[in-house]
Design a binder for this molecule. Structure first.
Ligand code: ATP
Ligand code: MG
Length: 416
């Protein structure tokens, strides 16, 4: 579990801000949900024989003896809340959420025990139009974050429950033929959830997985049709992708469209965003059947991909740093700063506090990243003036009257 320091938080804020803007642009509305749910909810939705439920959840008994778990993902809680509050039936909902998720995994680069996701869940639409919208929306996000060239899209269709059942038998027969070569995990999954064998990350398993019969050959007609339509939309929108028939996702609730955005720049932890359709989940959790689709992206991995030098991070730095030399200036400075904030609400002004020499204050002004230092010394106090030193531009220092200051600061505020 990581601490996020003040030097790193601007990058996170940048991602979160772009995401928020994107959500508003597509008409998605935010929900904020508890970090803790009944353990039962995750078992019923994610699946008993998944890595998450078998070995990754932070589960504890509360004072009443109820078994609760820190949420390992957002979908289960969102469906629970939607059912509880009637957000789901006879209507279309486009929802988004963000926040920490918890999985007791082996920590390594890009894999943490508390990590952060941004995601969406859409209820009441069977696709494939909405499936396409979701993917186009994520593609737009990568552009806005400046990382489009670093990620690629993989898609697959898991078909209907019946098609999957039929495929399951074909797959089991194939895997039994190669049982001797299966690793321990896969042998166990062969019994409990054979599709998950395709999800194995063990390099030794990849040859067997690559040669396995493809689920795409076993698709039902409707899923086939839907998948073709999705591909046509992606083609028309110029979003390139590869069809990966081994993409099954690690959770039980997916059906039909599934997708992942992956990168080669983060080693083994290459999936930055993953999603898909989960048409059976609402019913499984006690509602009337409602088609649904969603995705989640991992902020930690995304932030790693950002090209820090080209980010518009100026908006997270102050515009101006007010230097106050001498006791009278200190007293007046704090009040002048308040007046400036009244007059220029968009101004980001750092006021020097705590005294110190003029020289040390100027150093701090420079280190703050501000564009200008506003200088209030003895002389300025006497003349009702203020000095302006441009810290990032080759431009001579000016002295203006305190009345003129607003005007001088306006373009500085407008710059970022
Ligand atoms: P992986 O295959 O990397 O284990 P997953 O299939 O378990 O991922 P999802 O449950 O689909 O992941 O979560 C969606 C996204 O959340 C992932 O693509 C990843 O970006 C991020 N994520 C998942 N688990 C972690 C983790 N332990 N630490 C950091 N980010 C994570
Ligand atoms: Mg995982």
């Amino acid at each position: 579990m990581n601490d996020l320091g003040p030097d790193e938080s601007p990058r996170w804020q940048f991602v979160e801000r772009e995401y928020r803007t994107l959500m508003a642009a597509y008409g998605y509305r935010e929900v904020r949900l508890p970090l803790v749910e009944k353990t039962e909810l995750f078992k019923r939705s994610i699946g008993e024989v998944t890595d998450i439920v078998e070995k990754e959840m932070y589960t504890f008994e509360d004072r009443n003896g109820d078994s609760l778990s820190l949420r390992p993902e957002g979908t289960a809680g969102c469906v629970r809340a939607a059912l509880q509050h009637g957000w789901i039936h006879n209507q279309v909902q486009r929802l988004w959420y963000g926040g920490p998720m918890f999985r007791h995994e082996r920590p390594q680069k890009g894999r943490y025990r508390q990590f952060h996701q941004l995601g969406v869940e859409v209820f009441g639409l069977a696709g494939p139009d909405i499936d396409a919208e979701l993917i186009l929306m994520t593609a737009r996000l990568w552009k806005q974050l400046g990382i489009a060239h670093k990620v690629r899209l993989e898609i697959n269709s898991l078909g209907s429950a019946e098609a999957r059942q039929a495929y399951r038998e074909t797959l089991v027969a194939y895997l039994r033929e190669h049982e001797a070569a299966l690793d321990e995990d896969s042998r166990r999954r062969l019994e409990t959830n054979p599709l998950r064998v395709l999800d194995s990350k063990n390099p030794a398993m990849q040859e067997i997985i690559a040669a396995a019969p493809s689920l795409l050959d076993a698709l039902d007609a409707e899923s086939q049709h839907s998948f073709t339509a999705l591909r046509t939309w992606l083609d028309a929108a110029g979003v390139s992708y590869t069809v990966n028939p081994r993409l099954v996702r690690g959770l039980d609730y997916y059906s039909r469209t599934v997708f992942e955005w992956v990168t080669d720049e983060l080693g083994a932890q290459g999936t930055v965003c993953a999603g898909g359709r989960y048409d059976a989940l609402v019913e499984q959790l006690g509602g009337r059947p409602v088609p649904a689709i969603g995705f989640a992206l991992g902020i930690e991995r995304l932030v790693e991909l950002l090209d820090v030098d080209s980010l518009p991070l100026a908006r997270y730095r102050p515009h101006a740093y007010l230097v106050v030399a001498g006791e009278a200036a200190q007293t007046h400075g704090l009040l002048l700063a308040e007046q400036l904030r009244d007059a220029l609400p968009q101004l980001r002004l750092l006021t020097h506090c705590g005294g110190g020499s003029f020289k040390s204050q100027m150093k701090k002004a420079d280190r703050s990243g501000a564009q200008v230092a506003l200088i209030l010394g003895e002389e300025e106090m006497q003349n009702n003036a203020i000095g302006i030193k441009y810290l990032r531009e080759d431009r001579p220092q000016e002295t203006v009257s305190q009345q003129q200051l607003n005007e001088v600061l306006l373009p500085v505020c407008a710059s970022a």
